[in-house]
Ligand binder design. Sequence first.
Ligand code: DP6
Length: 331
Amino acid sequence: MSGTGKSTAEARANLAFVKYWGRADPTLNIPLNGSISMTLDGLVTSTTVEFRKGLARDGLVLNGEVAGERERVRVAKHLERMRRIAGEQRFAHMESVNAFPKSAGLASSASAFAALTVAAADALGLEKSREELSAIARLGSGSASRSLFGGFVEWKPGKDHDSSIAVPVAPRDHMDVVDVVVLVETAEKRVGSSEGHDLTGTSPYMDARLAHIPARLDKVREAILARDFDTLGSESEREAIEFHTVAMTSTPSLLYWLPETLRFLHAVRTWREDGVRVWMTLDAGPNPHLLVPRADVTRLLARVKSLGYEGARVIVAGVGEGPRVVGKHLF
Ligand code: DP6
């Protein structure tokens, strides 16, 4: 091992314009379709990993509290894969801090597994490219593969471990898109994405969704490259509705929407008629993600406030940078 055995990295969550929903290989997290996202500024997870002699197992502290067994085991499994690659024997102590509410449909697993992968690789002295680290992060959480890059990112579904990787589409400063996240609910969601991915085969609409995803990926990628905000927004909104149609029509039915979610879907239509360039998407949760060009953020926030949401209930995230190793450890 050439690393120092201890490292800290930070990584950001991402918001998918075309969603990952359903997998061809549940063990390797090979998705049924490609996806495209933007990395989110400010929605940061910082993680310190230290491999130590004398530990009986991997330990995890999340936001200052000892993690539950389910989370600890998921993270320990990921670390075990990296230990095997590096030929490391020691267990590790890990501490992780999220700068945003966990499991509120903000893809905190993406920033978490991206930060963990980068920190552990550095601690273990693994010489890997960002693409290779993206494949490793994917094994922990599919969407984490995309958080290995800043800016606009595409996850190519691939056919096996090495080919299922994320690649950059455009850098952070290419287009100033803002994601205004409205926390209509901050409680942990009852059905996580992992369970949802396994149910897609039960929806009669999944085949229809998959049939036109390649064309949608082309459209969204081209819209980003052309800085065509309205096409990017309208495709993202249609995509979110289609993805939730599959979720709702799975068995059992996954109904992530709350009355407030629908209220915002209607509101954005009205706001657009009034000239605000806003489109809405959703992850596997009820919280609206409102996509706006930077120039329209102030007007949008006034509208959001008129529906009763301001302060800590609203997160404004621009396009963020990729993960990096930082010098300051959490412990
Ligand atoms: C709806 O990456 O959270 O946010 O691989 O089981 O961790 P796991 O799933 P996850 O799924 C993300 C689903 C989504 C869409 C997306 O981000 O592409």
